[in-house]
Design a protein around this ligand. Structure first.
Ligand SMILES: C[S@@+](CC[C@H](N)C(=O)[O-])C[C@H]1O[C@@H](n2cnc3c(N)ncnc32)[C@H](O)[C@@H]1O
Length: 277
């Protein structure tokens, strides 16, 4: 199928909303939701106290793990996501965890129509930004995050460290096994042909990766499904450049949310804290 009318591909590459709609039933298990909701509490307690966070926008909230953690720590949280099925999952889990977080289906490009200078924290974590497939979409999202923040508010972005992943062509991102299922997340580094068959104009691009999730069901005789979408890796230098373009004047890079130093060759993540001053 084609994606945004631009990509030519022989495999079934889903757009981001379709991809997460299909993954929504398994997503919480895949990310170990129930363990992390406890284990990540301390990290967010510190962030709330360091930056005096009262109201947060969880941008690309998925199944709502961080919205729920923050709301349980007393923060007024709105989680937004482009995937209807993920938002339904987030609402269901929020009820299970007795959380006050609210959730809405919303594309990052639509934030400015809904929210203006309202939040002390915009959180965009869990490798979400790489789902934006053009520079324009990335800049619009970052600008909308900036405008949604109050003065002195903070944006926190976390993506995987694509300086390292692209440098080493790392294919396997994560393997996880639960009693019922096995999840393997991996990339294909093959070049992408972009073009218009009618105009006979094609371009070979190496700046996209195919992101695959293989789900194996052990309870059903190891039957499996493979879900694929496309991502656009962002390296640290590009993230810093774009963050300045949208107006942030002060920012710092780390290797994780606890403030470990960022090392382009070894860090697992790129974590950015940007202040609106
Ligand atoms: C990798 S998941 C991360 C979810 C969550 N933040 C976490 O850490 O578990 C990325 C999420 O971002 C959402 N997303 C991607 N592009 C988006 C966009 N343009 N607008 C809103 N949500 C988007 C996807 O639907 C998906 O649920």
């Amino acid at each position: 199928m084609t994606e945004n009318g631009k990509f030519e591909t022989s495999t079934d590459v889903k757009n981001v909303a379709e991809f997460y709609d299909e993954l929504s039933e398994d997503y919480a298990d895949m990310i170990d939701f129930h363990t992390r909701i406890e284990s990540e509490k301390k990290i967010f307690e510190k962030i709330i106290s360091d930056y005096n966070i009262k109201r947060c926008l969880d941008a690309g909230c998925g199944a709502g793990i961080h919205s729920i953690i923050l709301s349980k720590l007393g923060v007024d949280v709105v989680g937004i996501d482009i995937s209807q099925a993920m938002i339904e999952k987030a609402r269901e889990l929020a009820q299970t965890f007795n959380s006050s977080a609210k959730f809405d289906v919303l594309d990052f490009s639509q934030i400015k129509e809904r929210y203006k200078e309202e939040f002390d924290l915009v959180l965009c974590i869990g490798n979400t930004l790489v789902h934006l497939l053009s520079e324009k979409d990335l800049l619009i999202a970052l600008r909308n995050f900036y405008n949604a923040l109050k003065k002195d508010g903070i944006l926190i972005v976390q993506i995987l460290n694509y300086d390292k992943i692209m440098g080493n062509e790392e294919r396997i991102i994560n393997v996880r096994e639960t009693p019922a299922k096995i999840f393997v997340r991996f990339y294909d580094f093959e070049p992408t042909i972009i073009g218009s068959p009618s105009l006979r104009v094609f371009e070979i691009r190496k700046d996209f990766l195919k992101f695959n999730v293989l789900v194996v069901d052990k309870t059903k005789n190891y039957s499996h499904k493979l879900i694929t979408t496309r991502i656009k890796p962002i390296k640290s230098e590009e993230l810093c450049r774009k963050i300045q373009m949208v107006g942030f004047k002060k920012f710092d890079l780390y290797g994780n949310l606890e403030g470990e130093e960022f090392d382009p060759k070894n860090s697992k993540n790129i974590v950015l804290f940007a202040n609106k001053i």
